[in-house]
Design a protein around this ligand. Structure first.
Ligand code: BGC
Length: 458
């Protein structure tokens, strides 16, 4: 591999610590909750708050940080986020009341909300075109490792006296690595040009691209930014930006509404519904789902810049639909299936998670990091990210009530139906961004030059 590629792989790996924290801090609560319940007398409402406070924080964090990333740069925002992760982990570990825990989890949520889009944003803007898909997907890989790591850490600390405090405290380590690592990394060439620091941008591009291409690349970025007229939240309302906003919000809608976090947050519950009697067996099955999630994300990273985003999306969505339909069917014929139900449930959930991991998982975050104009990329990504957390909140909150009212079969079929709708959405709205520079994508998809809208390339 080219020596220059190693530099960007290193840069992406450091920034992806933000993804690791995102995964870890969303995953850790399921195990920690078992012990928190024993420490304080909690009403179901308190418990609901302790679990969902992170999502509330993430909604707030993603809503208010987009312009800050455009104004002050991607790097500074990621460093501040790391500090908030650090403080949130310490405060959660030290919480001496449920209220303090809820506030600390909101703080962590704020950091997750900001990290969830600034990390892909940072990586996409610093990556060379030919491996941008794989590099940005390192963030998704880190998310899945964070989720899986949280299952193991939860199990490891379960027998310790300070169990849940230690579980939260572990988050301190990646936050320190992220903060220190980022201090020594540059900001992205695109943001540097936007901030008028062309010389610095030139130096970074020279580290990423071959010498002969560097000057040319700098000029392309400069011209493209010069042509963009946006720079405030109001610019997001311009008609020329509408297609890109629909793509971003639509992808996030489908990423969440097809049920991924019913599996990530409730897998042990689903496995128990399917007949796994012991908690240990249900948790072991959940760990296997976490492992498949990590492995197939790696597979996706190898394919994403070769096959392209859309073929992977189609393949993954077909697999997700099949997994969900199978699961629904299995619950429909539960009586006839007897003990085979649990094996079919594992098989269908593995198929579902594998298909998500090669497609909607990494690709939704990747595409929103590719399709917006530089000057308002942070603001536009924060809108898409806000919708991601909002939809996540809705699905997590409605899953158990849906099971109670519609039944298991219909609930999973509803998610299957939405996966089919996602295939149609991909066909008609999602652009293929493989092999195009961010400037070329902008040129083809949307431009902030007043009335000059190129047709959407699908
Ligand atoms: C999603 C998360 C999900 C995770 C699972 C991410 O892309 O945004 O909501 O928990 O994938 O791997």
């Amino acid at each position: 591999m080219d020596k220059k590629n190693w530099f960007v792989i290193y840069v992406a790996a450091i920034a992806a610590m933000g993804g690791l924290l995102f995964g870890y801090d969303t995953g850790v609560i399921s195990g920690a909750m078992l012990f928190i319940e024993k420490k304080w007398t909690l009403t179901p409402f308190d418990k609901g708050w302790i679990v969902s406070s992170v999502l509330v924080g993430a909604v707030l964090g993603s809503a208010f940080s987009g312009r800050i990333a455009d104004k002050f740069g991607r790097k500074k925002v990621i460093i501040v986020t790391a500090v908030i992760f650090f403080l949130g982990s310490i405060f959660s570990a030290a919480a001496n009341s449920p209220e303090m825990l809820i506030w600390s989890r909101i703080l962590i949520g704020l950091a997750i909300g900001v990290a969830s889009f600034t990390v892909p944003l940072y990586i996409s803007e610093i990556s060379p075109t030919n491996i941008r898909g794989a590099l940005v997907s390192m963030n998704q890989l880190a998310i899945t490792i964070g989720i899986l790591g949280s299952y193991f850490i939860d199990q490891y600390f379960a027998s310790f006296t300070l169990s849940w405090r230690l579980m939260f405290f572990v988050g301190v380590i990646p936050s320190i690595l992220l903060a220190i690592g980022m201090i020594f990394l540059p900001d992205t060439p695109r943001w540097l040009v936007f901030a008028g620091k062309d010389d610095e941008a030139r130096k970074i591009i020279a580290k990423i691209e071959s010498e002969d291409k560097a000057e040319q690349e700098l000029n392309i970025i400069k011209n493209s930014i010069k042509e963009e007229s946006g720079s405030s939240y109001l610019d997001l309302l311009k008609p020329s930006l509408k297609p890109a906003l629909i793509i971003g919000i639509g992808l996030m809608f489908f990423q969440q509404m097809t049920g991924i976090n019913t599996i990530i947050y409730y897998a042990p519950t689903i496995f128990k519904m399917a007949g796994f009697v012991s908690e240990t067996a249900a948790i072991a099955a959940t760990v296997s789902v976490g492992i498949v999630n990590v492995l197939l994300t790696v597979v996706s990273m190898f394919l994403i810049d070769r096959l392209g985003r859309k073929p992977l999306l189609y393949g993954g969505l077909v697999g997700m639909t099949a997994g969900l339909m199978l699961l629904g069917l299995a619950f429909q014929f539960a009586d006839q299936l007897g003990s085979s139900l649990k094996w079919i449930s594992i098989g269908s959930l593995e198929l579902y998670i594998a298909s998500f991991a090669i497609s909607l998982g990494p690709i939704a975050w990747l595409i929103i990091a590719e399709i917006y104009p530089t000057k308002i990329r942070g603001a536009a990504m924060s809108v898409a990210t806000l919708s991601n957390w909002g939809f996540n909140f809705v699905v997590s909150l409605t899953f158990l009530p849906l099971i109670a009212s519609l039944g298991k079969t219909n609930t999973f079929w509803l998610y299957a139906f939405l996966s089919i709708a996602a295939i149609v959405f991909t066909k008609f709205f999602v652009p293929e961004t493989k092999g195009l520079s961010l400037e070329e994508i902008e040129q083809q998809l949307v431009t902030l030059k007043e009335d000059d809208i190129e047709p959407l390339e699908i």
